[in-house]
Ligand binder design. Structure first.
Ligand code: ADP
Ligand code: 5GP
Length: 210
């Protein structure tokens, strides 16, 4: 599978708390033509989350039914819950006129699966400036129990170990500069030769003096 022309498939991963949700929100504000890929999950919704907007919240039995039906492009177990990206989610976005691509907020296991199936996906990993700052942000979010914070922090190191799966590493020390990095990558990826080749070819076909 390939992401066809200028339809960008952007994977954004990070250890929990590094700023992926914040940066994704900024990217969607700046580029409203991009769509957020709403994953399925068996995790319980947080107070601020809305079913169908942040996630499709389903129970484990339903999730496993979808796995068996081949509904997911990728899925993985993360922090004791199941998460997956449905093929239908991408097909729906492709069918929307003017849609410039999709953003996938998924973990490294999902990133690995998508990269092995889709030729020109752009995979970015967000790094915190330090482990101390990561812990501070996890606690500051206050949407998790102490136990969940501890668990997420403990696995963060293990997630960072997989940095080599990604094309770009973004450091989220200062939010403005991290967003600048992210935006620059999107701009550069859109201008890649293979994405612009159809335009060049079209110009050649009609490029006769009239
Ligand atoms: P993730 O989606 O990766 O788990 P979030 O985007 O929820 O992370 O960010 C975790 C916390 O850190 C949030 O409270 C967010 O406001 C804060 N945060 C994100 N980026 C920065 C930054 N550059 N500097 C300070 N705090 C940040
Ligand atoms: P959270 O529970 O904080 O929303 O997400 C926990 C982790 O699950 C994050 O690392 C997030 O990127 C990952 N995640 C969310 N949706 C998916 C998905 O569809 N597939 C995979 N593989 N990971 C996901």
């Amino acid at each position: 599978m390939s992401s066809h022309g200028e339809f960008l498939l952007i994977v954004l991963s990070s250890p929990s708390g590094a700023g992926k949700t914040t940066l994704t929100r900024l990217l969607l504000e700046r580029y409203p033509e991009l769509r957020f890929s709403v994953s399925h999950t068996t995790r319980a919704p947080r107070a601020s989350e809305v079913d169908g907007r942040d996630y499709h919240f389903v129970d484990r039995a339903r999730f496993l039914e979808l796995v068996a039906a081949g509904a997911f492009l990728e899925w993985a177990e993360v922090h004791d819950n199941l998460y997956g990206t449905s093929v239908a989610e991408i097909e729906r976005a492709r069918a929307v006129p003017g849609c410039g691509g999709m953003i996938f907020d998924i973990d490294y296991q999902g990133a690995r699966q998508i990269k092995s199936k889709v030729a020109d996906v752009v995979a970015m990993f967000i790094l915190p400036p330090s482990m101390q700052e990561l812990e501070r942000r996890l606690r500051g979010r206050a949407s998790e129990t102490e136990d969940a914070v501890q668990r997420r922090f403990a696995v963060a190191q293990g997630e960072i170990e997989h940095y080599a799966l990604f094309d770009y590493l973004i450091v989220n020390s200062n939010l403005d500069s991290a967003f600048d990095e992210l935006r620059s990558i999107v701009v550069a990826e859109r201008a890649r030769r293979q994405r612009r080749a159809p335009l060049a070819e079209a110009l050649l076909r009609i490029g006769r003096l009239t």
